[in-house]
Design a protein around this ligand. Sequence first.
Ligand code: HGY
Ligand code: MN
Ligand code: MN
Ligand code: MN
Length: 419
Amino acid sequence: MITSDIRVDGDRLWRSLGELGDVGAYSDDDTGLRGVRRLALTDADLAGRELVTGWMRAAGLTVTIDRIGNIYARRDGRDNTLAPVMVGSHIDTVATAGRFDGCLGVLGGLEVVHTLNDHGIATERPIEVAVFTEEEGVRFGTDMLGSAVAAGRIDLADARQRTDPDGVSAGAELDRHGLVGEVAVPIRAPFAYLECHIEQGPILAAGDTRIGVVQGVQAITWLELQITGRAAHAGATPHHLRRNAGLAAALITVRLNEMVESGAYGAMLATVGRQVNYPNLINIVPEKSLITVDLRNPDGAAMARAHADLAAYLAEVEQLAGVTITSRTTAETPPVVFAEQMRDLVEKHAANLGMSSAPITSGAGHDAGEIAALCPAGMVFVPGLYDGISHNPREYSTPQACADGIDVLLHAVLELAVA
Ligand code: HGY
Ligand code: MN
Ligand code: MN
Ligand code: MN
């Protein structure tokens, strides 16, 4: 068997992406688009997990779960004492998702297993397909929560007590769903980890490039700012007597935009994604405002400067708007550079398959960024359409692009697992 000739079954992969995409599907009223909403540890996420683990068992994999609900589906190798080659990603989604973010990495990993099974290929090392809990972080406030616990960066007890906006803890949800598995965390280090993911941005498509050789992941900081002023009559309260939490939130948002546009913090990006005013009524000066701040920066030193300058500005805003501000860091990860051997592996197999490739740094956070603390990790990016838009029901990639990415994954895994 000349393994270099084998290819994945792109139709089977595409069908599975569609079927999983039906779990938690909703119709977006404004656009009429079908989106996916499968927030971590919700019933929709559970339904998605059941569908995927059913497929895993049908493919002959042994499914285990760790203490934070991460799934590991194992295909035995000839020597099962060896650490496995791990592939995977996540199937939890944001609230306005498409069908590809995370799911391509999980279902693509399963497609690698199907293809090896179809061709009766045995590998020296076992292969594991992983599904990490709460990668998105949009429910319990910390992204890559499951893979961070698997890699030992976040303590299990700390992770379990993270709560969602309704005050429900991750631990209570894990217990409710019976997802506290037998695998201890941190997990035993895999031999290597590879994740295929849509780029979620415009770069590959703009360059008509089929494969992104991911160099690493940029730094991420998430802050939750609780701003407290005083509710007062919008008509009878003189301007200078106001303690306006809404004004403070707006000042912070504008300052973040100025920081990005100044260029003084490198290629920093800043997003105030969530803003909740209280009492949120037209004729009352806002008493409270909760805003979230998402900072991204490929340069750790520039990110540190941004942290310091933002903290100094918050103190200024307290004076300007007559409010008090408490800032809670809910996620903070440094820039990650993937192992050179993994980057070279992805580049080599893209070339062997006749696919154009280009180096790219990931704008989004990924589980690979966490597992890189345990073993050599790498990522394969595929382009999306519509400027690679993501975290939006318009997220879309093509059957060919998905098959390309998983063909590269297949051959990289074969090289790692056969060795
Ligand atoms: O926020 C992120 O980058 C990822 O989608 N969780
Ligand atoms: Mn993702
Ligand atoms: Mn995402
Ligand atoms: Mn991600």
